[in-house]
Design a protein around this ligand. Structure first.
Ligand code: GRF
Length: 219
């Protein structure tokens, strides 16, 4: 099986990106990050990519706010297509993608979110969880659909909320699990073991591998 080509979109420090780069280097990821794109020129994620010898581009968002300008989004698609990515992995990308973008990479975009969705979607999920008073939080890897943090769930990991936790301490505990489950989710995708039926993502046993997404398949 050929290794999955992954394009990562990130706006910030890029620890999830780094976890994927490390996992790939250590042979724990069935794919490689071939390109990293950011809407923030100074994003540490871009620096991490360059350091690892991965193509890294800042693409102007074209506007302020939650979405990219349409010309800018078209450029993201162009560059990702040129890089022949099989999967787009959002890792702290602070923009909402348009329905056109989501359709272009249908069920080939993943996101990682620091809560047990559908609880606490959107910004500062860990703070929301603390303020709500939940005793268990965690993280979720999901396919991206047209909503915000609403797509079909691939994997979740639970993390306890401890007495005296701050946003920072809870975030740190969750982040460790994020780094673990993002790799795991991408490996299931690379092994073609994810079959999506409506909201439900079925994880197929290894022997049924051919029923899921096949990067070698041409339509
Ligand atoms: C992570 O908490 C991720 O769940 C959220 O944004 C944060 C990105 O962190 N979507 P990093 O840039 O990967 O360190």
């Amino acid at each position: 099986m050929r290794r999955l080509r992954i394009g990562v979109l990130a706006s910030g420090r890029g620890t999830n990106l780094q976890a994927l780069i490390d996992a790939s280097r250590e042979g724990r990821l069935l794919g490689e990050v071939v390109i990293v794109l950011s809407d923030v020129a100074s994003a540490m994620a871009l620096e991490r990519a360059r350091k690892a010898g991965i193509q890294a581009c800042y693409i102007e968002p074209g506007r302020k706010g939650a979405r990219l300008a349409s010309e800018s989004e078209a450029r993201y698609i162009e560059v990702l297509d040129e890089a022949r990515v099989d999967l787009v992995a959002l890792a702290g990308f602070m923009r909402i993608l348009s329905p056109d973008f989501v359709r272009h990479y249908k069920l080939r975009i993943m996101n990682i979110h620091p809560s047990l969705l559908p609880s606490f979607p959107g910004l500062r999920a860990q703070k929301q969880a603390l303020e709500y008073g939940v005793k268990i939080s965690g993280c979720t890897v999901h396919f991206v659909d047209e909503g915000v943090d609403t797509g079909p769930i691939i994997i979740q990991a639970a993390v306890p909320v401890l007495e005296g936790d701050t946003e920072a301490s809870l975030s740190e505990r969750i982040l460790k699990e994020e780094h673990r489950i993002y790799t795991e989710a991408i490996n299931l995708f690379a092994q073609q073991r994810l079959r999506v039926e409506g909201r439900i993502v079925h994880v197929l046993p290894l022997r049924c591998m051919n029923a899921g997404y096949n990067p070698d398949q041409t339509e």
